[in-house]
Design a protein around this ligand. Structure first.
Ligand code: 6PG
Length: 251
């Protein structure tokens, strides 16, 4: 599918679709292309899924596209942030990814790594997850796990993953050695756990999906107004100059 309106902004591939369903279809094709390439070159495809309604709409499209079973059998799925709720909760990003995408695609439970399952505190889950990532993903020269693909959504307040405006997590964030961290503060009623920017920016590819006019407006401000990552944490990713960053927008 030829994507309409591809631009390159600070190395970021920015694509603006007329229709949301075209955004999700394009993203599904990109998933399979990146997966095939990862399997061919590294025999493994490590993906971190995001949460929220955008992710759920993408899951439904991807589940219908049915990526190749051979690729899925060499793929491992993680989540880039989570709410501290049981996997059975409709608010669980890991639970929704399993119910809407991975289980329908026949992904084995052994290839899926939820971030929070209620077995210990969010802070201990975050630490354990970071150790798990270091044990099962390739590491870069700084010892940071390398994902092949990380998905992110964007909130209209400028958050991404569970990095929210004015959060204590943002203090000196690029010098914080933690790669996965509990927020320690309830957001929308739940304590959160989130990938930190250094982990996100170590991925080979980052796909940010931000459909709709409201998200387009905040994205435009974050791309073109002065950098203020405490106010708009998503700028940590969007203005990073990461060479594998794709931003998908729609009207
Ligand atoms: C979450 C996500 C969060 C989400 C944005 C966009 O746990 O909800 O990680 O960062 O991606 O809030 O959410 P919507 O797609 O629902 O607008």
């Amino acid at each position: 599918m030829d994507a309409p309106g591809v631009q390159w902004l600070n190395k970021m591939e920015l694509i603006n679709f007329d229709e949301q369903h075209d955004l999700y279809s394009w993203a599904a094709n990109k998933f399979s292309a990146l997966g095939e390439d990862a399997i061919k070159n590294r025999r493994q495809f490590d993906v971190a899924l995001s949460g929220g309604s955008t992710a759920q709409a993408f899951f439904k499209t991807l589940a219908k596209e049915r990526p190749a079973q051979e690729m899925l059998s060499h793929s491992a799925f993680f989540v880039s942030d989570e709410r501290a709720v049981p996997l059975t909760s409709a608010d669980s990003n890991a639970g929704n990814a399993w119910r809407m995408l991975l289980d329908p695609l026949g992904v084995l439970p052994s290839n899926y790594f939820p971030l929070y399952d209620g077995s210990q505190s969010p802070a201990l889950c975050a630490h354990a997850y970071e150790q798990k990532l270091k044990g099962c993903l390739p590491l870069n020269e700084e010892g940071i796990p390398i994902f092949d693909l990380i998905y992110l959504g964007i909130g209209e307040d400028g958050h991404t993953a569970s990095l929210f405006p004015h959060s204590a997590l943002l203090i000196d964030i690029m010098h914080n050695p933690c790669l996965v961290q509990a927020s320690g503060e309830p957001v929308n009623g739940h304590e959160r756990i989130t990938f930190m920017p250094k982990l996100i920016l170590s991925a080979r590819h980052i796909c940010v999906m931000a459909p709709g006019a409201g998200k387009a407006r905040i994205i435009d401000r974050m791309l073109h107004e002065p950098l203020n990552c405490e106010k708009w944490p998503a700028q940590l990713i969007l203005r990073s100059g990461h060479p594998g960053l794709t931003l998908l927008l729609s009207s």
